[in-house]
Design a protein around this ligand. Structure first.
Ligand code: B12
Ligand code: SF4
Length: 491
């Protein structure tokens, strides 16, 4: 029987653990490697040595666009040293299948459980069945493209993600270590559904929804009992868990009966604080109140913009500012910690649109905690196709560049005033210079201890005098911040 290695670039990877448990349930031996961090000759050699020692016959790699170069590095090392077949799966593979096949021997589109199982089941003395659905093969006579199978409707039939401490290795600064509870920092990640009711134009869902057209129901949910059972098992296994993270695209997209049952079972069996992602479009006071009473301690809510026009015409998000303010007031009333996400440096936004975002936040109950992200154009999304057509971005050097630029450019709010445009993946042909003032005012919401009066002063209008004072304030803030960090470091 062929033995399988699964490689992921994320320690908490849900998809790799789901694939592993499905293969194991069906009798296969699987070793998982969680490699978040950068590769060097030492850890690559170690990876190769373990894969060789474990007598692996197939290597599967899971990747998002940001992992593209890491996936190539691992694949080349495996090909060079072990000559093993390599299959890639995950978000990036679905949007750029042909390009991924330049490196991998096979790729898996859509869901991986049945497809991977089918592939290894029919594996026969060095040959794979080239008609396996969901899998595309690179052959001497060209690419074999198979159809995508229908989506699994009953998610409860999948085993819980694999957390076997004996067959999973985590890459650290000192090389690979056996998976242990310390690698999770007391947090457990879970998904209770697949798919999303929305299709925002900057999101992978805008691509995937059309990819799965005619393949069954897109948004599917696990039963509450099934979710609670997974958490109960996790709690039993990991004694130091302090928090649960629900990473569902839309945790709230369920009916009231589910929430009532969830409250009962969660309070009875789990009793841990939890975090979830929620959209203002789906927000429902009564549901969130039930979740708060069950242990919901922190929420992440995507606001993205205060321009209703941009929301509607560019992001495909239908929600009024009045509703967004109502939602913010209700969260405050419930006493739940919340982080609001905002998108910076969208070429379709003008200074007035950003001013509207500032204005929106000024109407929120205090304190407001904002997390800013630059608009990153991910391949395959509606907004990327539109911006390519409109000339705002272009393919770099004839190929898309998927290198990750970490730091300032990706997170405008960490930059104390300057908001540069992220050129991750694509060449940029627009400027945000005219929005600099409003970007800076907006980013003040992410700074700690900025007095509300000051936010209102800067947020009312843009004048040369205010521009001057804003620049002065940012300098002062940055200086104070640096001083504080130095004092803390020396203490
Ligand atoms: C949860 C999540 C996170 C969590 C991860 C926590 C965790 N414990 O897993 C956190 C917050 C850490 C995170 C971080 C990031 N994420 Co994220 N994340 C997700 C999310 C919501 C769920 C992923 C998931 O587990 N899905 C459930 C599994 C079962 O589905 P799946 O991943 O599609 O996997 C199936 C198939 O793809 C296939 N498959 C997958 N891998 C493989 C491998 C093989 C060998 C095979 C055969 C099959 C196969 O089989 C799987 C089972 O059916 C997705 C959106 C989504 N709904 O999928 C975004 C998503 C994957 N993330 C995304 C991004 C951009 C990021 C970040 C880059 C964000 C950032 N700027 O830092 C980082 C990158 C981290 C990384 N290196 O992976 C994008 C990726 C877009 C793209 N083009 O690549 C997505 C699609 C979000 C979006 N809506 O656009 N993320
Ligand atoms: S609501 Fe969130 S996950 Fe769903 S499509 Fe929009 S951005 Fe993507």
């Amino acid at each position: 029987m062929i033995r399988i290695a699964l490689v992921s670039f994320l320690n908490n990877s849900i998809n790799t653990r789901s694939l592993s448990s499905y293969l194991k349930k069906n009798g296969y031996e699987v070793t998982c490697f969680f490699c978040s961090g950068s590769f060097n000759s030492s850890n690559l050699n170690e990876l190769i040595t373990v894969i060789r020692a474990e007598n692996i016959g197939l290597v599967g790699i899971s990747l998002v666009t940001d992992d593209y170069y890491s996936a190539i590095t691992v694949t080349e090392a495996i090909k060079e040293n072990l000559h093993l077949p390599v299959i890639w799966g995950g978000a990036h593979v679905n949007v750029r299948p042909d390009e991924c096949l330049q490196h991998a021997d096979m790729i898996c589109l859509g869901e991986g459980e049945e497809a991977l199982l089918d592939l290894v089941k029919k594996y026969d003395g060095g040959k794979f069945d080239l008609s396996t659905k969901n899998i595309w093969f690179k052959t001497d006579s060209g690419i074999v493209r198979n159809q995508i199978r229908v989506l699994e409707e009953n998610l409860d039939q999948f085993p819980f993600p694999d957390f076997d401490l004996n067959s999973q290795l985590v890459m650290t600064e000192n090389g690979f270590e056996k998976l242990a509870e310390k690698h999770f920092n007391g947090e457990y990640s879970i998904m209770t559904s697949r798919g999303c009711p929305y299709s925002c134009h900057y999101c992978y869902n805008s691509y995937r929804r059309s990819q799965y057209k005619g393949k069954g129901k897109y948004l599917r949910k696990r039963s509450v009992e099934n979710v609670i059972e997974e958490l109960a098992q996790a709690k039993k296994k990991f004694r130091n868990l302090t928090k649960i993270n629900f990473w569902d695209d839309s945790f709230i997209a369920r009916n009231m009966e589910d929430f009532i049952l969830f409250q009962k079972l969660y309070k009875e069996k789990i009793k841990l604080p939890f975090f979830a992602l929620v959209e203002p479009m789906a927000f429902d006071f009564n549901k969130i109140k039930i979740l708060r009473d069950s242990g919901l301690s922190a929420l992440q809510l995507g606001i993205q913009t205060g321009s209703e026009k941009i929301n509607r015409e560019v992001y495909n998000r239908r929600v009024s500012n009045q509703r967004v303010i109502e939602v913010a007031c209700q969260i405050s009333e419930l006493g739940i910690d919340v982080i609001y996400d905002v998108i910076f440096n969208n070429p379709y936004e003008n200074p007035d649109d950003v001013a509207q975002t500032v204005n929106l936040f000024l109407q929120f109950p205090k304190p407001v905690t904002l997390q800013g992200f630059n608009l990153i154009f991910y391949p395959g999304t509606e907004i990327t196709d539109r911006a390519l057509k409109d000339g705002y971005i272009s393919v770099k050097d004839m190929v898309e560049d998927y290198s990750t630029i970490e730091g300032a450019k990706d997170s405008p709010t960490s930059m104390r005033g300057k908001s540069l445009i992220s050129d991750r993946f694509y060449g940029i042909h627009y400027s945000s210079e005219k929005k600099e003032y409003w970007n800076t005012v907006l980013s003040l919401f992410a700074f700690l201890h900025v007095p509300a009066g000051l936010l209102h002063f800067f947020g009312k209008s843009e004048t040369p005098m205010k521009k001057f004072f804003l620049a002065l304030f940012i300098r002062f803030y940055t200086f104070a911040h640096t001083l504080k960090s130095m004092v803390r470091k020396n203490a």
